[in-house]
Design a protein around this ligand. Structure first.
Ligand code: ATP
Ligand code: MG
Length: 586
C-alpha cells in the first residue's frame, strides 16, 4: 500500500473530493434517524407547524444524502479505475523493457494473470475500502449517539450484532477457500480452452478431440462442484445473518416499548433505535470482507511489484551512442556465453549458469560479406544472432560493429541497423501491409511494395483477394509457412538494415524462389553484411564464405567446395540436414 500511494497521489483531486463528500454523506446518514426522532417527539406533543418543518428538513437531508453519496461513489471509483489504468500501463511498459532471459523462465499465463486479476483485486480494495471504512466510522458515530440517549437500550439493541459478525466470519471461512479454488479451476479451464484454440491443428491431426473434450468437461465439472458447494454454504448462513437484525428490532420494540410505557424513553427514540439497528449491521457484515480484500490486494500488490522490481538486464549504457554510416564490419572477439537456467520459477534467487554454449569464439565478417554458419543442431548458431542483436549479453569477450563494442551502442539504433529474421516468423493479426511496415509505421506504400518485391512476396500478395490489405489470421496462420517467411523478410528489409541475420529464414521457401530472393537481396542491400544460418546446400552456396561451428568455437572455414573436400564433420552435418529435410518433405 505504501508503494501504491505515489500512484494514488496522482489522482489527488478526486480522492480529496471523495473523502470530503463521503464525510458529509456519513454525517447525513447518521443524522436521519436522529431527525426523525425529533420530528416524532414534537408531533406527538401536538405541534402541527413543527411537523411541516421537520418533513421539509428530512426531505432536504435525504436529497443531500443522495447527492453526496452519488458524488462520493463517482469520485472514489474514478480514483480506483485511474489507479488500475496507471498500474496496467506501468506493468506493461516494464514488461516491454524486460530481457529475454526473464521471459525464458516465466510462464506467459503468470504474467497475464498479474496484469489482469491482480490489478483488479487492488482496484476492488481501492473502490470499496474507503466505502467500508466510512461505514465503520458511521457505526462509531451512531453508537456514540445512541449511548448518549440511553445506555441500556443501546446495549440491548446491539446484542445481536456479535451474532452477525460471528456467522459472517463462519460464512467467509467456508466460502473464501472455495472462491480461491474456483479461481484456480477457472485458470485451469482457460488454459485448456486456450490450448484447444491455439493448438487446434495438433489436436485435430492426432484426432484427439474426444480427449480434449473430456479434459474440458472434467475441468468444467470441477468448477460446478466448487460453485455449488459455495452456494450451499451461503444458503446455510445468509438467512441467519439477515434474520438477526430483525430479531434485534423485535428486542428493541419489546424492551424499548416497556421503557416507553414507563416514560423512560420517548417514542421518537424508540424509532431511532430501530433504524440504527438495521443501519449498523452493514458495517459488521462488511468488516470481515474488508480484511479479506485487504489481504488479497496486498498479496496481489506484492506479485505485481515482484515483476516491477525485476531489473531489465539489458539496458542502454550511460553514454550509449547511435550508429551512423554503418559499414557493417562485425567482430566476435573471444566470445563466451551460456544461458542462465533457473531450476524452477519458484527459485528466483538462484540463477544458475547453464552449460557453456560458446567458448572463446572468434569470427570476423568483412563489410558486405555474406557468411554462412553451419553447425550441428544445438551448436549455438541462433545464439550468435541473438548475441549480435543483444537479446542476451556475452559473458566475456566482445562483439564489435565497425570497431564499436555493441554494449556502447544504444539498443534502438543497434536493432534498427541489425535486422534479424527467424525461421518461425510471428505475424500480427492485422493486414499484410501493416505487418510489413511494423518497424516503420510511417513507411509509404511504395516502400512497402518495394520491400515485398525484394522478398519475392509481391506476386503472391497481389493474388490475394484484398492484396496488401488482406488481414492475416492469428500469427499469420492463413498463409503458408513460406509465405509467412517472405513477409517476415520483407518486414526486416523495409528497415534497410546494414547487417542482416537470416536464421533459417528461408527454410520453407522453395529453392528457385530462394535464389531469386538472394539475387534481389544483393541488389537491394548492396554492402549489407549478412549472417546466413542455414542447413540447405542451395542456401549455403549463396555465401561468400562458410564457417563451421562446433563445440562452441569456429573449427573450420572456407568455401563450400573446399569444406566438402576436406571436412568430414561438414559433410556429415549437411548429409544429416538433407535427410531430415527429405523426411520432412515426405
Ligand atoms: N532461451 C534459452 N534458454 C536456455 N537454453 C537455451 C535457450 N535457447 C537455446 N538454448 C540452448 O542453447 C543451445 C544452442 O541453441 P541454439 O538455438 O543456438 O542452437 P542452433 O545451433 O541454432 O540449433 P538449430 O540448428 O537446431 O536451430 C541449445 O543446446 C539449446 O538447448
Ligand atoms: Mg537455430
Amino acid at each position: 500500500m505504501r508503494r501504491l500511494s505515489p500512484i494514488a497521489k496522482s489522482h489527488r483531486t478526486p480522492l480529496i473530493l471523495g473523502v470530503i463528500v463521503g464525510t458529509i454523506a456519513l454525517v447525513l446518514n447518521v443524522a436521519v434517524p436522529a431527525i426523525a426522532r425529533e420530528a416524532i417527539d414534537s408531533t406527538i406533543s401536538g405541534e402541527r407547524r413543527a411537523l411541516t418543518i421537520w418533513a421539509i428538513i428530512l426531505v432536504c437531508v435525504g436529497f443531500g444524502r443522495f447527492a453526496s453519496g452519488a458524488l462520493y461513489r463517482i469520485s472514489l471509483f474514478r480514483v480506483a479505475w485511474g489507479v488500475e489504468t496507471d498500474l496496467r500501463a506501468l506493468l506493461y511498459s516494464h514488461l516491454t523493457k524486460l530481457s529475454f532471459s526473464y521471459f525464458d523462465r516465466t510462464q506467459s499465463g503468470q504474467v497475464i494473470s498479474r496484469a489482469n486479476s491482480d490489478i483488479r483485486s487492488i482496484q476492488v480494495l481501492l473502490a470499496f475500502g474507503p466505502l467500508i471504512a466510512m461505514s465503520i466510522i458511521s457505526f462509531i458515530l451512531a453508537f456514540g449517539f445512541m449511548m448518549i440517549l440511553h445506555v441500556r437500550l443501546t446495549l440491548v439493541a446491539l446484542c445481536t450484532l456479535p451474532g452477525v459478525y460471528f456467522f459472517g466470519q463462519k460464512l467467509r471461512h467456508s466460502v473464501f477457500p472455495l472462491t480461491w479454488v474456483s479461481q484456480a479451476r477457472l485458470a485451469e479451464l482457460a488454459t485448456i480452452v486456450d490450448e484447444n484454440v491455439n493448438g487446434t491443428r495438433v489436436v485435430k491431426s492426432f484426432a484427439a478431440e474426444e480427449h480434449q473434450i473430456s479434459l474440458l468437461q472434467k475441468a468444467a465439472r470441477h468448477i460446478e462442484w466448487v460453485n455449488v458447494k459455495a452456494i450451499n454454504e451461503r444458503a446455510k448462513y445468509n438467512p441467519i445473518i439477515e434474520a438477526l437484525p430483525r430479531i434485534g428490532m423485535a428486542i428493541v420494540l419489546l424492551y424499548g416499548g416497556l421503557l416507553a410505557i414507563n416514560d423512560e424513553v420517548s417514542i421518537g427514540t424508540l424509532f431511532a433505535f430501530n433504524a440504527y439497528v438495521i443501519m449498523l449491521q452493514a458495517p459488521f457484515r462488511m468488516f470481515g470482507f474488508l480484511l479479506l480484500q485487504a489481504q488479497r490486494a496486498s498479496a496481489s500488490a506484492s506479485r505485481i511489484f515482484e515483476v516491477l522490481d525485476e531489473d531489465p538486464e539489458i539496458v542502454d549504457s550511460l553514454n550509449a551512442i547511435a550508429l551512423s554510416n554503418v559499414k557493417g564490419e562485425i567482430n566476435f572477439e573471444n566470445v563466451c556465453f551460456s544461458y542462465q537456467n533457473r531450476v524452477s520459477q519458484f527459485d528466483l534467487d538462484a540463477p544458475e549458469k547453464g552449460s557453456e554454449i560458446l567458448s572463446g569464439l572468434n569470427l570476423v565478417l568483412a563489410p558486405g560479406e555474406i557468411v554462412a554458419i553451419v553447425g550441428r543442431t544445438g551448436s549455438g548458431k541462433s545464439t550468435l544472432g541473438r548475441l549480435l542483436t543483444r537479446f542476451y549479453d556475452v559473458d566475456s569477450g566482445k562483439i564489435l560493429i565497425d570497431g564499436k563494442d555493441i554494449k556502447t551502442i544504444n539498443l534502438h539504433s543497434l536493432r534498427h541497423h541489425v535486422g534479424i529474421v527467424f525461421d518461425e516468423p510471428f505475424l500480427f493479426s492485422t493486414s499484410i501491409a501493416e505487418n510489413i511496415s511494423y518497424g516503420d509505421p510511417e513507411a509509404s506504400y511504395a516502400e512497402i511494395i518495394a520491400a515485398a518485391k525484394s522478398a519475392q512476396a509481391f506476386d503472391f500478395i497481389s493474388e490475394l483477394s484484398e492484396g496488401f490489405e488482406t488481414i492475416v489470421g492469428e500469427r499469420g496462420y492463413t498463409l503458408s509457412g513460406g509465405q509467412r517467411q517472405r513477409i517476415a523478410l520483407a518486414r526486416s528489409l523495409l528497415e534497410r538494415p546494414s547487417i542482416l541475420i537470416l536464421d533459417d529464414a528461408t527454410s520453407a521457401i522453395d529453392i528457385q524462389v530462394e535464389s531469386r530472393i538472394h539475387e534481389s537481396l544483393r541488389n537491394r542491400l548492396e554492402g549489407c553484411t549478412t549472417l546466413l544460418i542455414a542447413q540447405r546446400i542451395s542456401t549455403i552456396a549463396l555465401a561468400d564464405r562458410v564457417v563451421l561451428l562446433d563445440g562452441g568455437e569456429i573449427v573450420d572455414e572456407g568455401t563450400h567446395s573446399s569444406l566438402m573436400a576436406r571436412s568430414s564433420l561438414y559433410m556429415s552435418i549437411l548429409a544429416e540436414a538433407e535427410t531430415n529435410s527429405r523426411q520432412g518433405d515426405l
